[in-house]
Unconditional design. Structure first.
Length: 505
């Protein structure tokens, strides 16, 4: 739900911006469609417990207000810079509109017209006084816009002479989409006028949120501009190493081709490139988290991993990119990251009946006490399964809090402040979360299908990512890096690691 404000902000700024042509399925001219039933309508539903917990608590309202305030300032500046709309007190004029976009039912649509121009239309259900406020506050930003009442709705159209989207939205008001929230976003097209999206390389995304009971159901599709090359080889599960009880389990396969193509991954390429990954965590200490990848020769994989990790950590330490010196040390075919506080990160080979694996662990594993449940293998047997994730979210949140805060500190990023609105919101809602279950399957040559059952929209890891993003100093950017260390400190680090050398000996 917190992503909603950003999406709306991006939608409102799209007046008549030129965009390069790029095909997108299933609607080539579509940039964005959003339907939101509105907090007022949803809160009155008998099955709204999950929604009110995450969206309407005191902590959630404080975070919503903070986010809306930041977006208002950013959006006013964006319009001034890119659309020439210099409006005195622009942020103050936009700010109350974000409140309505959270509480009121609305439909939004953005499409590309002839000549590369973009038309945006919003139909929002408002009382007369709020409709008048919208018209008065938006007119200074949009010289060509129209504002029309329609039976309790206000229809805003940024440029009705292009596609007439406002009139088309008005015709749909009698039968709005089912569910509470629906979105269809063509991220590649949006990235052409908001470049921050480009690095994410997101495909066109369709998602719907419903709540047939006290849990959310999130279902959708990912449409790619080119056919996927996914090799869904049979699962190779390290059944002797993974064991119950676990409070999270992740399995993903078919990513080798994608991984080889990523520039950031070029310095982390094992040969042959792994095509499966398993991650799991166990209750108790926060660092009982593990990862395993199937490899042809585990001993060789350890040697390769050491050769890849050593120069990376050596360079990062020497450049003072890490808060504390961290050095990989290999002893008896085991790699240990020395200098990392609290966690004991180790990489080692394991050999089982199902094959050989490179195992990474942040805390020593325990012997297997019981076999994995048959239900797990039933889920992995789902046809064309690419990704499966299960977690007890309430258990994972406190574990990931400590792990993420340590990771942020060590890599010279700002920790999530315990006094921040995001932290308080996360702590408020986290204890009420139960099981979150997610799967992604290949459903076409250029299509993946997404399905999730959850009490709280996000997994624990996603929740921390969103919380840190919302607290970023340049939000809706995501800069959480700490100020660079002094030159004196850098020089001391460089002298130290020049003597130490990249091998850690």
């Amino acid at each position: 739900m917190k992503l909603l404000n950003l999406l709306i902000g991006l939608a409102v700024v799209s007046l008549s911006l030129p965009l390069a042509t790029r095909a997108a399925l299933p609607q080539p001219d579509l940039l964005m469609q959003i339907y939101f039933a509105g907090a007022q309508k949803i809160s009155a539903a008998p099955n709204s417990v999950a929604f009110t917990n995450e969206f309407c608590s005191t902590e959630a309202v404080a975070l919503r207000n903070q986010t809306a305030g930041k977006l208002s300032v950013w959006l006013a500046g964006w319009l001034q810079q890119h659309a020439g709309a210099t409006v005195p007190d622009g942020a103050a004029k936009l700010r109350p509109l974000f409140d309505d976009l959270q509480s009121a039912e609305f439909l939004l649509e953005m499409r590309e017209a002839a000549g590369g121009q973009v038309e945006t239309a919003i139909a929002i259900k408002l009382p007369p006084a709020r409709a008048q406020l919208w018209e008065a506050n938006l007119k200074p930003f949009f010289a060509t816009a129209s504002f029309k009442p329609a039976g309790g709705w206000l229809i805003f159209d940024s440029n009705p002479n292009l596609l007439g989207l406002g009139n088309k939205l008005a015709q749909r008001l009698a039968t709005p989409p089912a569910g509470w929230f629906a979105i269809d976003v063509n991220w590649p097209k949006l990235a052409q006028w908001y470049p921050a999206f480009k690095s994410l390389e997101l495909p066109e995304t369709q998602l719907t949120v419903t709540a047939p009971d006290n849990d959310f159901r999130i279902n959708g599709k990912f449409y790619f501009p080119e056919n996927l090359t996914i090799n869904l080889e049979p699962w190779r599960v390290p059944t002797n190493t993974i064991h119950t009880p676990f409070n999270s389990f992740t399995a993903v396969r078919g990513f080798a081709g994608w991984y080889r193509s990523q520039p950031w991954a070029q310095s982390l390429q094992l040969s042959p490139t792994p095509n499966q990954l398993f991650m799991w965590s166990m209750p108790g200490p926060p660092f009982r988290t593990f990862a395993a990848i199937p490899v042809p020769d585990a001993d060789n994989a350890v040697a390769q991993a050491y050769g890849l990790l050593s120069p990376i950590f050596y360079l990062a330490d020497g450049n003072a990119e890490l808060m504390a010196p961290i050095v990989p040390v290999q002893t008896n075919n085991v790699i240990r990251l020395t200098g990392l506080p609290f966690a004991g990160v180790v990489f080692r080979p394991i050999k089982e009946a199902s094959g050989q694996f490179l195992l990474g662990e942040a805390f020593p594993n325990t012997p297997r006490s019981s076999p994995l449940p048959p239900e797990l293998f039933n889920r992995l047997a789902t046809k064309n399964l690419v990704y499966y994730h299960f977690e007890v979210t309430a258990d994972r949140i406190p574990q990931l809090l400590q792990m993420s805060q340590l990771g942020l500190t060590v890599t010279r990023h700002k920790q999530l402040d315990a006094a921040s609105a995001s932290y308080k919101w996360m702590q408020r809602i986290g204890a009420l979360f139960t099981y979150t279950d997610t799967e992604i399957t290949e459903s076409g040559q250029a299509e993946l299908t997404f399905a999730r059952k959850t009490p709280g929209i996000f997994t624990a890891a996603e929740l921390f990512a969103v919380a840190n993003w919302l607290e970023a100093k340049d939000f809706p950017g995501c800069d959480i890096k700490l100020p660079p260390p002094s030159e004196r400190y850098k020089q001391a680090q460089q002298r130290k690691f020049h003597l130490l050398g990249p091998t850690g000996h």
